[in-house]
Write a new protein. Sequence first.
Length: 288
Amino acid sequence: MRLARRVGVGLLAVVLACALWELYKLVGPDAGGHVLGASVLPRAEDRAMPHVWDVVGRMLEPESSAAGSPSVAVAMLSACWFTLRVALAGWLAGVVAGFGLAVAMQRSRLTEAAVFPWVVLSQTVPLIALAPLVVGWGGKIQIGSFSWERPMSVALIASYLAFFPVAVGALRGLQSPDAAHVELFRAQAASWWHTFRFLRLPASVPYLLPALRLGAATAVVGAIVAEVSTGTKGGIGRLIIAYAQAASGDPAKPWAAIVGAALLGLVAAGLVSLLGLGLGRYRHTEVS
């Protein structure tokens, strides 16, 4: 029932977003709103904001006029599948790194004081500046028959965004047990591992699951930005760029790719939410 309610709320949010879109198209200015020469409202004309049904209809039409061209929806699904696999690989790496850092910071206050500011500072580096460096470093890695591929750079950049919410959420969860419970384990001479396994890890679940979902969504964002920045072909990021070139004559086409990217983030977060289905007894205090 909880899952059904969340799915229902999600569908309702999509319907509401579409209704707001159409409402703005109805009452918004075609030329947009300007204050002192600065644009403050988007243009409501069809070339800038096509109708929702036009975007959906464009998804079902051929991608181009070439013979045998697949529909936009098929091309979009193929691109999303490529990006999803790369983003999930980056998410897994980010989860391992973030959770490992959280465990190290929880165990040692000195480590937390030394590492946590750098964890926060790492998120201030723009991906557009980081992506070329990662590609350049990765291109020099070759061990025997193994060579660094461009999608690996995309996955690494995705993990860079994914590890932060996991590290922060896991640290907060591991530090959440009451002092009385911690003292009880100490009074029974429980080792650090037993305290971690039977007290801190279960207590961290309500904090960790939302962090994992957020990490999955940010991994998708990182993968899309990395695809655009590194020129990696096959993903939804490059598809958005390719479709944007036809925006003037086919405005619904780029919006179809943008919708696909948004749905991809929701799918990634939804897949991660499945991890919590078997952890219901730990989720009564989950932080959304």
